[in-house]
Design a protein around this ligand. Structure first.
Ligand code: 5GP
Length: 204
């Protein structure tokens, strides 16, 4: 029997740099995992690839996915839908692969309710001023959207209490190395390995 993989949920306030940290983990192959590609009704940004960054779909297709129960969770965020497809996640976990989700805090809360065994990692900004600077610097959002994201961020920071780990995104390299350490530690946590040891002892 294959041990189930870890469900790694990377979340945190809007604009904290979840996307950048996720991309760094993917590019560096910081540890072995599969990325769960979300579905969204947002339009692709320059350079984003359908099926890699997101499944870019119409509102009708997204609503259909909700009605068919295809999503573990979904959320409407700044006028667009985002959701996590269930089947691929279940399949990868049952094959013993670790699965990385990068989703907003509302989504993470819903995943926690359904999959409490997951490892929930909250990415925090060093401070709110830095967060605003990043959103402006990214240059992809209007002033109105940035204000919406900042308002959301203040609320979201306090949601940290529902998570297992808080990682400060002071530099991407630091954040990636902390997340790598968390994943390695989780793999040897007694609650995750005790069943296989129990089996070994009983079979001896
Ligand atoms: P962006 O438009 O910048 O790619 O993403 C906006 C927000 O949506 C980010 O906070 C991102 O983490 C979140 N997001 C991406 N995929 C999902 C998803 O499948 N579910 C939920 N709930 N949020 C998501």
């Amino acid at each position: 029997m294959v041990n189930k993989g870890l469900l790694l949920v990377l979340s945190g306030p809007s604009g904290v740099g979840k996307g950048t940290v996720k991309s760094a983990i993917v590019e560096q192959k910081a540890f072995p995992f599969e990325y769960s590609v979300s579905m969204t009704t947002r339009k692709p940004r320059p350079g984003e690839v359908d099926g890699v960054d997101y499944y870019f779909v119409s509102v009708d297709r997204f609503k259909d996915a909700i009605n068919q129960g295809e999503l573990i969770e979904y959320n409407e965020y700044v006028g667009n839908y985002y959701g996590t497809p269930l089947k691929p996640v279940e399949k990868m976990l049952s094959e013993g692969k670790d699965v990385l989700l990068e989703i907003d805090v509302n989504g993470a809360q819903k995943v926690r309710e359904q999959m409490p065994d997951g490892v929930f990692i909250f990415l925090t900004p060093p401070d709110l001023h830095e967060l605003k600077h990043r959103l402006v610097h990214r240059g992809t959002d209007s002033e109105k959207v940035i204000q919406g994201r900042m308002k959301q961020a203040r609320k979201e920071i306090m949601m940290m209490s529902d998570y297992d780990y808080a990682v400060v995104n002071d530099t991407v390299a630091n954040a990636v190395s902390h997340i790598k350490a968390i994943v390695e530690a989780e793999h040897v946590s007694v609650k995750r390995v005790i069943d296989s040891y129990r089996k070994m002892v009983e079979e001896d």
